[in-house]
Design a protein around this ligand. Structure first.
Ligand code: AMP
Length: 301
């Protein structure tokens, strides 16, 4: 089953306590699409890059069979660039800059053949663009959406409009509290569920993820990782693994979403072990399932 992904495609300058990289491949769409490609095909990538976007990255997308018909390459344009520094705890980070560049005038155009997509993943990107994409899709069965603190702050109204139209919202714990203006996470989750989405996933970094639906709560730990290198994109990778598994199984029930949350966490655990997309490149079904089984054993009692 196909997955349509909209989101950023970026060149990142990232510094963690381990090392520093410049111009590394990043962006929400990048991590989501590669992670989802281990579970389902085709993946339709909708986004924009500048003429400076290295060909090796396009080759990488092709390697994962990502369909680039909806990827605009702007002549003379500069690719979206994000710079961030992680603190000693590998969780908190300061954003040095967010250079929108080609995103400033981006008008997403969904190719005709993709307008009937049944599953859409709105990766972290300006909610105005997320709305624009939703307007072009005819009757999707499942819309999953990710966002970040920046948009809660500067596009609050538009973001709430998006949240009202989607099925699954994926957000981290501090963002959930900020969005609901409530310090208790469970209360915040219940408040958010009342604003539109049927399902809410709250990511808690190294403490795992929680899935909320009506009165039900499922909680999964994070896979314990000793060699953390770069948390950038872990949340997006989680979303890609989650959506990919739902599509692979063709089952979008709450019960199956629990397993999808675990697959999302497994993919995210690979992502943080290396910089940029290094940790999620060249995975195999065997490697993914081995970690999934270890995860199951760890959480059973
Ligand atoms: P995450 O660590 O899951 O928050 O994702 C980090 C990725 O998001 C990086 O590769 C950035 O390029 C990208 N990113 C950072 N800020 C933004 C933004 N405002 N809009 C879209 N993508 C962003």
């Amino acid at each position: 089953m196909s997955l349509l992904v909209v989101g950023s495609i970026a060149l990142d300058d990232v510094e963690t306590p381990k090392a520093k990289v410049e111009g590394a491949l990043g962006g929400s769409n990048t991590f989501i699409s590669i992670a989802a490609s281990y579970f389902t095909k085709p993946i339709h990538m909708v986004g924009v890059v500048g003429e400076d976007f290295p060909k090796e990255h396009i080759d990488l997308f092709n390697k994962y069979d990502i369909n680039l018909e909806g990827l605009q390459i702007i002549k003379g344009g500069k690719t979206f660039r994000w710079g961030g520094v992680y603190l000693e705890n590998f969780i908190d980070r300061d954003t040095n800059y967010t250079d929108l560049n080609v995103f400033e005038n981006f008008n997403p155009v969904i190719p005709e053949s993709q307008k009937k997509s049944k599953v859409v993943l709105l990766g972290n990107i300006d909610p105005v663009l997320q709305l624009n994409v939703l307007e072009q899709i005819e009757n999707p069965e499942l819309v999953i959406c990710d966002t970040m603190n920046l948009w809660i702050n500067i596009r609050n109204q538009e973001l709430k409009e998006v949240i009202n139209k989607i099925d699954v919202l994926i957000i981290n714990d501090s963002e959930a509290k900020m969005l609901a203006d409530e310090n208790n996470l469970i209360k915040a989750a219940k408040m958010i569920l009342k604003t539109g989405p049927k399902y809410l996933i709250i990511k808690k970094g190294e403490h795992g993820a929680m899935l909320f639906h009506n009165e039900d709560i499922f909680s999964a730990p994070a896979f314990p990782i000793e060699e953390l290198h770069d948390p950038t994109g872990a949340g997006d990778t989680f979303a890609g693994g989650f959506a990919g598994y739902l599509l692979k199984t063709g089952d979008i029930t709450y019960e199956n979403m629990k397993t999808a949350v675990v697959y999302g966490s497994v993919l995210a655990s690979f992502s943080v072990e290396q910089f940029s997309t290094g940790g999620i490149e060249d995975l195999t079904e065997g490697k993914i399932n081995e970690r999934f089984e270890a995860f199951k054993k760890m959480a059973q009692f």
